[in-house]
Design a binder for this molecule. Structure first.
Ligand code: 13P
Length: 255
């Protein structure tokens, strides 16, 4: 089954409103007419509205980087799915490894946030991935299987068909140490196999699985050439309009 690639940026805790507007002024012409893939930018909460305004009329989608699972209430500092939806977003990152590492995110809370996003019609981009210790001790597949089973594995098939998975090996994030296409493809194949075991070959064949971890213009083409890699979740290189536009045009980059 043909899967439309998704090239997503995760700005993490970077960019003010002014910097956001400047980014899109440069970025939009560079990707005008690029309909071979979906283009998504996940920005900090305070710039979501400015980002949504500036991409209006282009095909570029805007997402948040986290959400809380309650719709509203006395939860100081939190942001809900209806708020993100009302800001004009279509997507939201869930369970990024930095949220797991620094903010106590677990597979159980990943599931709650995923359900809250789906209920609002947002597309959750659910992140999984092993740490360096886990990889070096040979636990990669066990870790991925647990993150899958205890997290999104308990969605209904209909819910599951509306999510995107991002495989982000923690040791490759922000380190410049990209997983080789072979290592990434092996993990993606394993994840798709887990999806097939749980939800069947049809859903597994349609599921987009993005790779994240030091994706750059000079490695994106070889990653995107892998059968089971359906896109990228890009941190550092999504902050620069030219670099991120090159990643969007992945097929034109050196293989
Ligand atoms: P880098 O591309 O900076 O390694 O970040 C990857 C990431 O965490 C995207 O969510």
């Amino acid at each position: 089954m043909a899967r439309k690639p998704v090239i997503a940026g995760n700005w993490k805790m970077f960019k003010t409103v002014e910097e956001t507007v400047r980014f899109f002024d440069e970025f939009k012409p560079l990707v005008a007419g690029a309909d071979h893939c979906e283009v998504l930018l996940c920005t900090p909460f305070p710039v979501l509205t400015a980002a949504v305004e500036t991409v209006r009329g282009t095909g570029i989608a805007i997402g948040a980087q986290n959400l809380y699972w309650e719709k509203q209430g006395a939860f100081t500092g939190e942001v809900s799915a209806p708020m993100i939806k009302a800001a004009g977003c279509s997507h939201v990152l869930v369970g990024h490894s930095e949220r797991r590492q620094y903010f106590g995110e677990t597979d159980a809370t990943v599931l709650k946030r995923t359900l809250a996003a789906l209920e609002e019609g947002l597309t959750p981009v659910v992140c999984i991935g092993e740490t360096l210790d886990e990889r070096e001790s040979g636990a990669t597949e066990a870790v991925l299987a647990t993150q899958f089973t205890d997290g999104v594995g308990s969605l209904t098939p209909d819910q599951f068909s509306r999510i995107i998975i991002a495989y982000e090996p923690v040791w490759a994030i922000g380190t410049g140490r990209t997983a080789t296409p072979e290592i990434a493809e092996e993990a993606h194949r394993f994840i798709r196999q887990k999806v097939a075991e749980k939800f069947g070959a049809g859903l597994a064949g349609g599921m987009r699985i993005l790779y994240g971890g030091s994706v750059k213009p000079d490695n994106v083409n070889s990653l995107m050439s892998c059968e089971n890699i359906d896109g990228g979740l890009v941190g550092g290189a999504s902050l620069k309009p030219e670099d991120f536009a090159k990643i969007v045009h992945f097929a034109d980059q050196p293989a």
